[in-house]
Design a protein around this ligand. Structure first.
Ligand code: GRF
Length: 204
């Protein structure tokens, strides 16, 4: 397994997928190479983005399998065939089971649109607005068996401004994501991230 061989998992728009592809094209992915898109929604816009970028896609519908384990086993087989060493979740709207977590322990990361542990789970941006926080942001973390509970790798804050709507706040959060995620992926691809317990360190 090589850290520099990357699969991106996404279920929706895929704007973070595109930001990662652009970073790679600009030589800003630490030598990392996006080898595969995995999507559980074959009709999602991200699938078209992969096609346009010339990146192979594994598009599997979970309901075509007799259970989550078999769905994930099919994914693992393809990842291993391609010698993938890093899984980057970018709006992948499913919890991951031990079938994927075990062979890829500490090799799966996610991006979440809040400063975790605040506002885990769905609609983090709506949750933050409703709570009335003045500061929210973006977290990149390792994935474990829980919902947005794995060790934090990097965080960046975003101010909530008076009059913000879910759309206006999401737009500013997205812009921060497009900068932060490629930076973290580059660090991992280059082997610059250390993990001790829950504490991560990004080296030079
Ligand atoms: C991002 O806001 C990310 O934080 C969350 O899902 C969203 C995906 O957006 N996990 P996109 O599909 O990359 O446009």
């Amino acid at each position: 397994m090589e850290w520099s061989r990357i699969a991106v998992f996404a279920s929706g728009q895929g704007s973070n997928f595109t930001a990662l592809v652009q970073a790679q094209q600009e030589g800003k992915l630490g030598g990392g190479s996006i080898e595969l898109l995995v999507s559980d929604k074959p009709e999602a816009p991200v699938a078209q983005r992969a096609e346009a970028a010339g990146i192979p896609a594994l598009l599997l519908r979970p309901k075509d399998f007799a259970g989550r384990e078999l769905y994930e086993a099919a994914i693992v087989a393809e990842l291993q065939r391609r010698n993938i060493g890093l899984i980057v979740l970018a709006g992948y709207m499913r919890l991951i089971s031990s079938v994927l977590l075990e062979p890829y322990a500490r090799r799966i990361i996610n991006i979440h649109p809040s400063l975790l542990p605040a506002f885990a789970g769905k609609d983090a941006i709506g949750q933050a607005l409703e709570y009335g926080v003045k500061l929210t942001g973006v977290t990149v973390h390792f994935v474990d068996g829980g919902m947005d509970t794995g060790p934090v790798i990097a965080q960046r804050s975003v101010e909530v401004k008076p009059g913000d709507t879910a759309e206006s706040l999401a737009e500013r959060i997205h812009q921060v994501e497009y900068g932060l995620y490629p930076e973290v992926v580059a660090a991992l691809a280059a082997g610059r991230v250390e993990l001790n317990g829950r504490i991560t360190t990004i080296g030079e």
